[in-house]
Design a protein around this ligand. Structure first.
Ligand SMILES: [Zn+2]
Length: 219
């Protein structure tokens, strides 16, 4: 099973990636990680990518897809993978699709964890971090506490800059505008799962699994 994962800020993409990875025995692959790995291992494509990155240039799609191909050939990907960070454009989606066709892969899907803007803003602006141990809490968890429940520091809670309303709204806009064309691409292929990411963790997982069954049985 070849899953591509999108997630709005604050919807717990990492949590779902981990659950799905365990459930289907497929690794969670971030394109940033495999790029660095290929560069470190000195594969031909990795060296090429390294040269470009060192020169401050973007790694072109054909090299990126080649690195994904090399990763797919690894033993750990024998059951598939969860891809994170790619594709970001329709051109990239097309090149990834060509690779899937070449490898006779048809059980792929794009999972998009959606979130209602107002709820994300409400959720993230209610976060407080501890200055001393960096743990993050929601306001409801630390209501009347003056001590951090994790490290015991006194009056150490503060709101991180990332959790202010303006920053959150900007990130949501960037997420929506950049994912829209890619989502449309997979929608046209009947390979798009839109999931409400703000439900409980278990409900989100259930909805993803049901959606995948439907997607793969209706081809
Ligand atoms: Zn603390």
């Amino acid at each position: 099973m070849y899953l591509i994962l999108f997630g709005a800020p604050g919807v717990g993409k990492g949590t779902q990636a981990k659950i799905l990875s365990d459930k289907f025995s497929i690794p969670h692959i971030s394109t940033g990680d495999i790029l660095r790995e290929a560069a470190k291992n000195g594969t031909p494509m990795g060296l090429e990518a390294k040269k470009l990155m060192n020169a401050g240039q973007l790694v072109p799609d054909d090299i990126m897809v080649e690195i994904i191909r090399e990763t797919l050939a690894e033993e750990r990907c024998k059951n598939g993978f969860i891809l994170d960070g790619y594709p970001r454009t329709t051109a990239q989606a097309e090149s990834l699709n060509r690779l899937f066709k070449r490898l006779n892969i048809s059980d792929y899907a794009l999972i998009c964890l959606e979130a209602n803007d107002e709820e994300v803003v409400k959720r993230l602006t209610a976060r407080r971090a501890c200055k001393s141990c960096k743990a993050i809490f929601s306001l409801s968890e630390i209501e009347n506490d003056i001590h951090c429940p994790v490290c015991g520091a006194e009056n150490s809670f503060y709101q991180r800059k990332d959790d202010t309303e303006e920053v959150i709204r900007t990130r949501l806009e960037v997420f929506k505008s950049s994912t829209k064309p890619v989502k449309n691409f997979y929608r046209n292929e009947n390979k798009l799962l839109e999931i409400n990411g703000l439900n409980s963790i278990e409900d989100v997982t259930d909805e993803i699994i049901k959606g995948l069954e439907k997607t793969f049985s209706s081809k």
